[in-house]
Every structure is written in C-alpha cells, then in structure tokens.
Design a protein around this ligand. Structure first.
Ligand SMILES: [Zn+2]
Length: 439
C-alpha cells in the first residue's frame, strides 16, 4: 500500500476562510490522519508542501467533453445559429477528434484541480469519451444526451424505447468501470417529452443513478415549455412529472420564478451554475444568491467549451461570485467560503460521491495542494485562500491527489507526457478546423 506524508501544508477551512498548518497522512486511497505532527510510518514518501494550501479537489458538475477543441470556431454566433452549427460540427467529428477533444478536456480539468466531471455525451461519441476519461485517470459520471422532441431542424430525435436501450448500454459499459459512473441525461424539456423524462427517471432510480439535464437555459424555450404544460415554467413541469429530487442535477437553472426556487429547495434537487456559458452565449443570469439563501445545494460546472471556452473551475467560480455581487448590488452575497463549498462538497454530494468533497480523516484522498508563493502577481502569505479564488487560477494548483495517487506534481502530469499529447492533438485539431471551414 502506497503511503504519503504531506508536511507543513496550510489546511483550508471554508467556514472561517482561514488555514492552519497541518500534516496529512495518505495510506492507500484514503486520508488516514490529519494532525499538527505525524510520525512518518515506515515506507512512506514525504512531501514537503511548505506554505501550500491543502483543500478538497473540485467537482465540475456539467460538461460536454467532446466540445473541448471547439473554443474559437463557435465564438460570437446568435444562439439559434450556434446550436445548429454545433450539431453540424458534432456530426462531422471523427472518433479520433472526439477522443483528443475529450482527453484535452479531462487533462485541463485535472491540471486545474478538478477530479470529478459530470459529462453529458452523445451516443455516437460514447466510446472515444470513455477511452479519454480512462486514459486521463479522472473520475467521471457519464450519460448520453437524449431527445424526442425536435427543437429545430438539426435536433437528433429518438424513440423512448431507443433512449432506454441506449441508457442500458451506457450503464453496462460505464457504471463502476474503473473510476466511471453512469447517469441518465435527457437534454432538457424543450427537446424531451414528459414521458421520456419519466421513463429515464424510473430507469435511473432502479439503478441508483443521477438524472442530469438542462433546465431553464433559453428564455424563449422556457416560455414554450411553460405554455405547452400550462404551468409557470420548466421546474414546475419537472415537479409535476416527478423528476425533482436530490439525485437530479439541473444545468443552468436560469429562467425560474421565485415559486420555482421554492420548489427546487423543497425537492433537494441540485442546480449547476455555468456562468461562463451563461454570459458568453447570452443565456441570462440565474438567481444563484437567492438559491443559496433558500438552502439549495448549488453546484458549479464549466459546461462545454463550445459555449464557455473554459475548463478551469477557479475561473468559473470567480465569475459566479462576481456576477451575483454585481447583479444584486450586494458585495456580501456568494462570499468566497460559500463558493468554495459549491465547487467541492456541494458538487460531490449532488453526484452522490460519498467520502469526497471534504479534506478530512477517513475520506478518499482526492485533494489538491496550491502554490501561491511563487507567482509574482499573487504573493500575500496571509490571504492565500481568498486570493486563489479571487486573483488566481487553476494553474496555481501544484499537486493533485486522486484516490491516493499523485496525478500532478509541481504542475506536471506524473502519468502522461503532456508535450507528446500536444504534438499528437495539434494536427488533429488543425484537420477539424479545415473540415469546419468547408462546412
Ligand atoms: Zn450543457
């Protein structure tokens, strides 16, 4: 059993936003001890983390990994054009392009301190995504987006039986395969019938899976759903269908009435805030501060990079905080400690990862060490925790532990050659760009 003793790190406390100097003993996949001083057991490797912040790693609760190389070619289009263009590009992407796109997404996430990704993939690209997740060693919950209502001419619709068949295939291939888990992931009510949502929820409940969907992202689409159901909005419709509970993740959750916020609070469902996407493709701004006030378990996701251009949870979370402060004209809402919890324990709880999300004895050893002492823009030994969120970025992560294994050390991957990946991925991206230009 591999053992590590981390010496002299600054253990983060998100309640007080302070740190205290501690030692952490990792034995096998778990954190076995945290104390001021720990006697090094025989055969353990000692890691001097002097001055580095130690904190739980992040859960990125909404992603479309295969869009990772679409930063650039999808910029600055009106939303309807954007969606049709995205479907068009996804149609022409080869398995190799999907693989490298997903791999780069997973590795960027890891590089920036994320150890869990909740991915909404596509049926045709499932195998490259699984391979990329496997090769990157990251934890991922994977579901395939399903639709049976044509939202526009490019929406790929399937029958409910076919959606269930595909979900069964995903479940058998993915669930508990290495560090992967399966989910069900109907795209969202504008493109999904109530019956499909209910059948998939039943399928998920029978197998203990999370239900991952988009909610209230587009204003017009939300209004259409409200009209079709004769209700106030999409969350009211999901409640009526019996979908909302603590195993449901609701990406975006923008166009919701206050009554719907109360419904979500009572149900225990988990909104996933994706601020980069919400601003970049002009979705709107969700009432995150009001959700937190109601005790809703809000999480954060970087979404697909075709819309967010980001896979760094620190950048995503900072924007989340700034947005609510500016929008509510109250600098006290979404304070740093609350935002750190949204990125860690809230996300792990929403995805059902017991033993993750808090750096404490007995938990799984998924955590990060953050170096704030060697970046000239950030040096301030007394405010490292604040400054990581408000002034730093994921590149300040020095070390990533995942299940007791060191995957990143001094900012370098320990198990994969980053330069080799870049050399292989660059011509693949070039080739895809050419295909997109000729579309
Ligand atoms: Zn999405």
């Amino acid at each position: 059993m591999k053992k590590y003793l981390i010496r002299n790190c600054e253990l983060a406390n998100f309640d007080t936003m302070t740190t205290s100097t501690r030692e952490i003993l990792v034995e096998g996949e778990r954190i076995s001890k945290i104390a001021e001083k720990i006697e090094a057991p025989e055969g353990c490797e000692i890691i001097d983390a002097k001055g580095m912040i130690a904190m739980p790693s992040f859960a990125d609760c909404h992603a479309h990994l295969t869009q990772s190389v679409l930063k650039g070619p999808m910029d600055d289009y009106p939303i309807t054009t954007w969606l049709v263009r995205l479907f068009g590009i996804e149609d022409i992407m080869s398995p190799e392009e999907n693989y490298y796109s997903s791999l780069l997404g997973c590795l960027t996430a890891l590089r920036c301190g994320t150890t869990v990704i909740n991915d909404m993939a596509g049926w045709d690209i499932l195998d490259p995504v699984i391979q990329a997740v496997h090769d990157s060693k990251i934890r991922a919950t994977i579901g395939i987006s399903t639709t049976d209502v044509p939202e526009n001419e490019a929406t790929p619709i399937i029958s409910i039986d076919e959606a269930l068949r595909r979900s069964e295939v995903v479940y058998n291939k993915v669930h508990n395969n290495g560090k992967m888990r399966a989910s069900v992931a109907p795209a969202g009510l504008p493109a999904v019938s109530g019956r499909m949502a209910q059948e998939l929820k039943k399928f998920a409940n029978e197998r203990g899976l999370v239900f991952h969907t988009h909610l209230g992202e587009g204003k017009m689409e939300t209004n259409n759903v409200a009209k079709a159901y004769g209700l106030g909005g999409e969350a009211e419709a999901l409640e009526q269908l019996g979908i909302l509970d603590k195993n449901t993740l609701l990406a975006h959750s923008i166009w919701l009435s206050d009554h719907e916020l109360d419904i979500i609070a009572a149900s225990g469902a988990n909104p996933v805030h994706c601020p980069c996407t919400n601003l970049k493709i002009a979705d709107g701004i969700p009432k995150i501060a009001a959700m937190v006030k109601r005790g809703i378990n809000v999480t954060i996701g970087c979404d697909g990079e075709a819309s967010s251009s980001n896979r760094d949870m620190i950048r995503e979370a900072r924007l989340a905080a700034y947005l609510q402060k500016g929008w509510t004209l109250d600098p006290c809402v979404l304070d740093a400690g609350t935002v750190y919890k949204m990125m860690t324990i809230n996300g792990m709880r929403a995805l059902g990862y017991d033993g993750l999300g808090e750096l404490k004895e007995g938990n799984i050893a998924d955590f990060i060490l953050v170096d704030m002492d060697h970046d000239i823009a950030l040096i301030n030994p007394d405010f490292k925790l604040n400054n990581f969120l408000y002034a730093g970025d994921g590149r300040n992560v020095d070390t990533v532990f995942l299940g007791g294994e060191i995957l990143l050390r001094h900012g370098k991957f320990t198990f994969i050659d980053e330069e080799e990946i870049v050399a292989k991925a660059t011509p693949v991206i070039r080739g895809l760009n050419k295909k997109i230009m000729n579309m």
